[in-house]
Design a binder for this molecule. Structure first.
Ligand SMILES: Cc1cc2nc3c(=O)[nH]c(=O)nc-3n(C[C@H](O)[C@H](O)[C@H](O)COP(=O)(O)OP(=O)(O)OC[C@H]3O[C@@H](n4cnc5c(N)ncnc54)[C@H](O)[C@@H]3O)c2cc1C
Length: 596
């Protein structure tokens, strides 16, 4: 079996993986493995922007960004990590600019910035322009820029290689086992350090903004090696997914002045968040939408609401809000200006819905969007084994799959693109440092056997169950019961169903028995990852008897800091799940009620 050796191996070629690769490759032999061709990674779909208090459009400060993020996290974010991220934001965005990222510009030629939910001027409480953007293609530009830099720096890429297992023995990371998707052949990649940057897992839910590749591989790989998953009960529902399809309509639409309207044409967010209205944080807006639809205020009684960015609507509400430009003149927009700032969104709506957002409102519903939880790490990106913070030598995680935790119970928009570049770089540096201080730990004999067994079972199982049926049932029960609002009964039902589905999964047999591009096989393997993750998510949610951030329980509607100001850690053990908790790092900001 082919074996290759690298100092640092990075799994994932999204923003986090590529930033890690750029830095690690400065001092260590580095390879990136990715199941997708790198620029197809989900980072490329991010539209709205990357948060940094540059203060290019109006006064802003890193401390305000820090406080907004702490508050947005519903006080579950670790404040030392948040402070680090928000202060690193400013030099990191300039670094991206210097690498050639084509940001949109202010008339003076500075990086342009727009408002996003939850980001405020801490003195006035009004939204602040903090999101740095490249039209509505910010993630695409980040990905292209970083990929070009990696190619320039001669990073080794293994494109369309799917990592199936980690090699960890005697508590030390030794590499990964990956399948070459084109040939089905397994490869052993021997490494001193491994960085997991595999993105999120929105495919657990029925309606999602996430790519088909968002199947929880990273968190499943680590859980199967005894590493816990942190804060899995917190999964963000973005308020504005295209009705039924889930495809994201960026919050930038509301940043540019778009508003949400119910069947009565009422701007209902005025009732739920009188101060910031449509720019309240995502959990707040998603819940408001859910309640409107439940109370029969969906458009024509259906389960969607209107997102209206027609110039006449934007101008009407901007006037009512007293919104001004940076020079103090009244804020107004024309159709051309909206088209220039949101070209892709307008294009999506025309293509998928036959709706022209400059003339008609867009039908939207909350869509499963972002994993706040994931593989526990410290600020250096080192993977943690327990509540005491014991580090697993040689293993790192960054990006959406990691839980540092900078997003706590709810992430603010623009903070993920920030997270991936700041902590991607941190991981790259630390992993290279570790690799340079350590020799290769020997490979165990038959290192690939467990991975081979996993694939064999799927190829040769009894065969009376189908991947798409099990996946659909899981997605439906998770969307209905572990979604925007949750109850004890619903979550228990979801957990029971997922457990049954796991048993049925053991009887799967994939149709394609070939070796060449056997995507059936890898999809089946990914479903196993999704099921493990769904189970852990439902179990952690069921245990947490409070409402905080994205975890909203009808039976426990209040946040309960006395009992629940703590991170959860779920272990997948041969005897079932074990749940533990660890404290939140609180430095400057004592928990307060969130007011909007
Ligand atoms: C539609 C959409 C819009 C968004 N907009 C914004 C925004 O405007 N601002 C913001 O801050 N955030 C936004 N987000 C969130 C943000 O884009 C993501 O959280 C972030 O880009 C994730 O980056 P990543 O590097 O962690 O993962 P990704 O970019 O998804 O990369 C994951 C990589 O892992 C690889 N991989 C996965 N599993 C395996 C495996 N088993 N073997 C080998 N390779 C594997 C994949 O091939 C891929 O290369 C958005 C998200 C979505 C879905």
């Amino acid at each position: 079996m082919p074996t290759n050796q690298f100092d640092v191996v990075i799994v994932g070629a999204g923003g986090a993986g590529l930033m890690a690769a750029l830095y690690a490759s400065r001092t260590a032999r580095t390879a990136v493995l990715s199941k997708l061709y790198p620029v197809r990674s989900h980072t490329g779909t991010a539209q709205g922007g990357v948060g940094a208090a540059l203060g290019n459009e109006e006064e802003d400060r890193a401390e305000w960004h820090t406080y907004d993020t702490v508050k947005g996290s519903d006080y579950l974010g670790d404040q030392d990590a948040i402070e680090f991220m928000c202060s690193e934001a400013i030099p990191t965005v300039y670094e991206l600019e210097h690498m050639g990222l084509p940001f949109s510009r202010t008339p003076e030629g500075k990086i342009a910035q727009r408002p996003f939910g939850g980001h405020t001027n801490n003195e006035t409480g009004k939204p602040v322009r903090r999101a740095c953007y490249a039209a509505d293609r910010t993630g695409h530009m980040i990905l292209q820029t970083l990929y070009q830099q990696c190619i320039k720096n001669q990073v080794d890429f293994y494109d369309e290689y799917q990592v199936i297992d980690l090699i960890i023995e005697d508590g030390i990371t030794r590499g990964v086992i990956a399948a070459d998707i084109a040939t089905g052949e397994l490869h052993t990649i021997h490494a001193k350090a491994v960085i997991l940057a595999t993105g999120g897992y929105g495919r657990v839910w029925e309606i999602t903004s996430n790519a088909h590749s968002y199947t929880a591989d990273g968190v499943a790989l680590t859980m199967r090696h005894g590493i816990p998953a942190e804060d899995m009960e917190f999964f963000q529902f973005h308020p504005t997914g295209i009705y039924k399809l889930g495809i994201l309509i960026t919050e930038g639409v509301r940043g540019e002045g778009g508003v949400l309207l119910n069947n009565e044409g009422e701007r209902f967010m005025e009732r739920y968040a009188p101060s910031v209205k449509d720019l309240a944080s995502r959990d707040v807006v998603s819940r408001a939408m859910y309640l409107e639809m439940r109370d029969g205020n969906g458009i024509n009684g259906k389960r969607f609401l209107n997102l209206d960015v027609r110039p006449e609507t934007v101008n009407k509400y901007a006037k009512l809000d007293g919104r001004t430009n940076t020079d103090g003149s009244p804020y107004t927009v024309t159709g051309e200006q909206i088209l220039a700032k949101l070209p892709d969104i307008i294009d999506f709506c025309k293509t998928y819905l036959d709706v022209d957002p400059l003339r008609q409102p867009m039908p939207v519903q909350p869509t499963a969007h972002y994993a706040m939880g994931g593989i526990p790490t410290n600020v250096r990106g080192e993977v943690l084994l327990d509540k005491k913070g014991t580090v697993l030598p040689g293993l790192y995680a960054a990006g959406e799959i990691a839980c540092v935790s900078v997003h706590g119970a709810n992430r603010l928009g623009t903070n993920s693109l920030l997270d991936i570049v700041v902590f991607g770089r941190e991981c790259g540096n630390r992993a290279a440092e570790y690799a340079n201080q350590n020799t290769f730990a020997p490979l165990p004999r038959n290192a690939a056997d467990p991975a081979r067994r996993q694939l064999d079972i799927l190829l040769n199982g009894p065969g009376d169950e189908k991947v798409d049926v099990i996946r659909r049932d899981m997605q439906k029960v998770m969307f209905d019961h572990v979604g925007v609002f949750r109850t004890e009964e619903g979550m228990q039902q979801a957990l029971d169903t997922v457990r049954e589905l796991k048993q049925r999964f053991a009887r799967i047999r994939v149709g394609d028995q070939g070796k060449i591009f056997n995507t059936d096989l890898f999809e089946a393997w990914e479903l196993g990852c999704l099921l493990d993750t769904a189970e852990v998510t439902a179990a952690a949610a069921l245990k947490r008897k409070e409402s905080r951030g994205a975890h909203a329980r009808e039976d426990f509607p209040k946040r309960d800091d006395k009992n629940w100001l703590k991170h959860s850690l779920v272990y997948l053990t041969p005897d079932g799940l074990r749940i533990d908790y660890k404290p939140v790092s609180i430095t400057k900001y004592q928990p307060k009620a969130r007011v909007y």
